[in-house]
Ligand binder design. Structure first.
Ligand SMILES: O=C(O)CCC(=O)C(=O)O
Ligand SMILES: [Fe+2]
Length: 368
């Protein structure tokens, strides 16, 4: 019997601050992950006692060392809020190009706002990204844990989000601003709790990173991946614009991702095969970014992933990226260093890291 399995491999190229990096990738079609490759982790113990939090942390440690991707259920963000945010994303993207361009990222110092289809290319060896996005960044005024936002806003060394034109240009969409900020804020709270669990997972005190996430990098995105449609023109376009988002790793510490039921998210396994990170209702996908990999001396994996939307209809997703405070100087944590494993990385400020990595990605933006 002829099976479809081949032993072929190809390479993908990733740009890093120290030059291009190459990863071996199987040419087999994506397959479903095993339960260990992308486990579903119940987050209920996150609000339990220290013993149950430690148990949870050990599950997360295992996932972080293996594929670096896992699903979380019982994460505390209500279906209702997710539905409301999704409706806002759909309402925003359904507008005319002219309307969406009113909040173009080009009007922002820090690339907040709208990026149109084909305006980014996250992997310079693949196609342009067939997606449009709307993004907001951290603003102390949206963060309920910050008692005195003016103090932070007055520090001109930081570039916070909250560009007025974003909300002026969307004020005709009922509840767009409130819902977008509410969803962002709930995910910030969850991501902060996850950072404490990651500290435990790294055999550190639970509050080890707390002072580094008082005003962290925190980006909330709405993403729309257009479908292939059923017309000849769209089929042609899909051939040219192959990837929804090309192969990449995330930049910061951790990503919380909500995806709709379309499918199309693919994750590179520890055995160099593409896995289908299929949507599971009621879950968010969590993955580790390059900064956490760096802090953990490569103990935790920042994993390559991509999205291919091969269906005729739209795919929507809503990722949230958490970093550390822009002024936090971070170094490899002591629990990941010993005589046989010296620190592989120098200390770096999280803000500088984020800026340099974004600049690397921005160089690939094709301005239409
Ligand atoms: O849309 C998705 O499912 C993933 C998006 C993603 O990987 C990203 O924005 O970095
Ligand atoms: Fe990503």
């Amino acid at each position: 019997m002829v099976t479809e399995t081949t032993t072929g491999y190809t390479q993908i190229e990733l740009l890093t601050l120290s030059g291009p990096e190459y990863r071996r990738v199987s040419t087999n079609p994506p397959r479903p992950p095993t339960e260990d490759e992308i486990p579903i982790i119940d987050l209920t113990p996150i609000d339990g006692d220290l013993e149950s939090r430690k148990e949870l942390a050990m599950k997360i440690r295992k996932a972080a060392q293996n594929t670096g991707f896992f699903y979380i259920k019982n994460h505390g963000i209500s279906d209702n809020l997710i539905e409301r945010a999704l409706s806002q994303a759909k309402a925003f993207f359904a507008q005319s190009d002219a309307e969406k361009d009113k909040v173009s990222f080009r009007k922002s110092q820090i690339a907040e706002g709208y990026h149109q289809v084909g305006s980014t290319q996250i992997n310079h060896k693949e196609s342009r990204d067939n997606k449009e996005t709307f993004s907001i960044r951290y603003n102390p005024e949206y963060d309920p844990t910050v008692a005195n936002p003016d103090h932070l806003l007055a520090n001109k060394a930081y570039s916070y989000g909250g560009d007025g034109f974003l909300w002026d240009g969307t004020s005709h969409l009922p509840k767009f601003r409130e819902t977008t900020i509410e969803f962002w804020e709930r995910r910030l709270t969850l991501a902060r709790k996850m950072v404490s669990i990651f500290a435990l997972a790294l055999n550190l005190p639970e509050d080890y990173f707390n002072e580094m996430i008082t005003h962290p990098g925190a980006d909330g995105l709405y993403i729309h991946y257009p479908g292939t449609g059923d017309t000849e023109t769209n089929v042609e376009l899909t051939k040219q614009v192959d990837a929804g988002i090309g192969s990449h790793t995330d930049i910061q510490c951790l990503t919380l991702l909500w995806q709709d039921m379309s499918g199309g998210l693919q994750v590179l396994s520890a055995s160099d095969e593409w896995l289908d990170a299929q949507p599971i209702p009621g879950t968010l996908v969590v993955n580790i970014g390059d900064f956490l990999q760096r802090l953990s001396n490569n103990t935790f994996k920042s994993t390559v992933h991509r999205v291919h939307n091969r269906q005729t209809t739209s795919r929507y997703s809503m990722p949230f990226f958490l970093g550390f405070n822009p002024d936090a100087i971070c170094e490899v944590v002591p629990s990941c260093i010993d005589e046989e494993h010296p620190a592989l990385y120098d200390p770096i400020s999280c803000g500088e890291w984020h800026r340099s990595r974004l600049a690397l990605a921005q160089r690939q933006i094709i301005v239409k």
